[in-house]
Design a binder for this molecule. Structure first.
Ligand code: APR
Ligand code: PHB
Length: 390
């Protein structure tokens, strides 16, 4: 098989790039290890920044997102029993975020790929990347007993944190930066009315809690838990009781509880791999960097990679201009690190650390007091939360 761009990974990053390139007449193939059903069963975060939503529209995939997604002009930070609203609209110069589940984004992208007759090959095993530093790289994979070879100009590693692409870069070329946090988030999805029309991020001595939503009848809640906890340790009842303890009384009182329809624990980690290019391999999204979910940056961090790569590939194929490809890694990493900084800052400000000093705790409360006493500090939070420009 021959194609121009071989994309490894059929998550949101890979599918969005595939769709955008196809619309510009650039031939591409997506290779995905899992079945479509499996990919669409993964529950992920649900806050989209403006730039990501714009890319979805450009990819002609924004219709359902714009119909069903909710525009949020602000969110709440709760601490010491009180609620403070962050007015995103006011402090970011009129911007907002869109609440729409990442699973729905992925579903919309798959449907668009089907409509356009895009090539997405599922259940591929043993994907291997070859001759990446040559002008003619190729990718092989196994499907049943057959080994299939795809010759291409470029390979895009959009295969997530556990993918094969990053691992195909020699160890002496790649530098990895990592920070593992000493806690995880226990998340529950429930068919209940959300406790608040806007997200509530709550700091509490017992640990962080988050009230989020997918729609007016579907809520998503999280509580910080030790890394040693397992999902089986938490009955629904225990989860709701603990969540209520961490919320301001007036919020806890109106919380509607119900059976969980999904419950899982995600450890919190920050990770960046540099550079994001090796020869004709380009990394994008979770394959190159991950953030803790506190700042809702995960998918949004991937969005700028896709934006830069898309424009760089179009310039290569349409104008013979390779400057975008040459600058890709440096440009993408500059924004990636800013998203890392913001996620790290939000995580530190809102979580309880097992070994924190009384001094650290004082600084945490001072940070929050300062935030809500300064328009400049709120402006800084808002411009990062709605997404820095690409
Ligand atoms: N071969 C083919 N596909 C692979 C391989 C492989 N060896 N390894 C992983 N994959 C697939 C995974 O099954 C997954 O569907 O690559 C896809 C990567 O998708 P994501 O992990 O969703 O990563 P990405 O598309 O970059 O999306 C970033 O996802 O994890 C969240 O917070 C993150 O919101 C962000 C978004
Ligand atoms: C979610 O809805 O799953 C969600 C929202 C905001 C975050 C993290 C997760 O910061």
């Amino acid at each position: 098989m021959k194609t121009s761009v071989c994309i490894i990974g059929g998550g949101p990053s890979g599918l969005l790039l595939s769709q955008l390139l196809h619309l510009k007449g650039i031939d591409n193939v997506v290779l995905e290890r899992q079945s479509r059903e499996y990919v669409l069963s993964r529950i992920r975060a649900g806050v989209l920044e403006h730039g990501f939503a714009e890319l979805m529209r450009e990819a002609r995939c924004g219709e359902r997102m714009d119909r069903e997604g909710e525009i949020h002009d602000g969110f709440i930070i709760a601490h010491a029993g009180r609620q403070h609203r962050v007015d995103l609209h006011k402090y970011s110069g009129g911007s907002s975020v869109l609440v729409y589940g990442q699973t729905e984004i992925t579903r919309d992208l798959y449907e668009a790929r089907d409509r356009m007759g895009g090539t997405v090959i599922h259940n591929v095993e043993d994907v291997q990347l070859h001759d990446l530093t040559s002008p003619a790289p190729h990718v092989t994979y196994r499907q049943g007993d057959d080994i299939v070879r795809i010759d291409c100009d470029f390979v895009i590693g959009a295969d997530g944190f556990h993918g094969v692409s990053r691992k195909s870069i020699p160890r002496d070329v790649l530098k990895e930066y990592e920070k593992v946090y000493p806690f995880g988030w226990l998340g529950v999805l429930s068919r209940t009315k959300p406790v608040s029309p806007e997200l509530i991020y709550a700091r509490h001595e017992r640990g962080f809690a988050l009230c989020s939503l997918r729609s007016q009848v579907l809520s998503r809640y999280y509580i910080q838990v030790p890394l040693t906890d397992a999902v089986e340790d938490w009955s629904d009842e225990q989860f709701w009781d603990e969540l209520k303890r961490r919320l301001p009384a007036e919020v806890a009182e109106r919380l509607v509880t119900g059976p969980s329809i999904e419950k899982s624990i995600a450890p919190l980690r920050s990770f960046v791999a540099e550079p994001m290019r090796y020869g004709n391999l380009f990394l994008a999204g979770d394959a190159a960097h991950i953030v803790p979910p506190t700042g809702a940056r995960g998918l949004n961090s991937a969005a700028s990679d896709i934006h830069y790569l898309y424009h760089a590939l179009v310039a290569h194929y349409q104008q013979g201009d390779d400057s975008g490809l040459e600058n890709y890694s440096a440009k993408a990493l500059a924004r990636v690190w800013k998203a890392q900084r913001f996620s790290w800052w939000m995580t530190n400000m809102l979580h309880t650390y097992p070994d924190s000093l009384a001094y650290d705790q004082k600084l945490q409360t001072t940070e929050l007091e300062y935030l809500f006493s300064s328009d400049n500090a709120l402006g800084c939070l808002a411009e990062n939360y709605v997404g820095l420009p690409f």
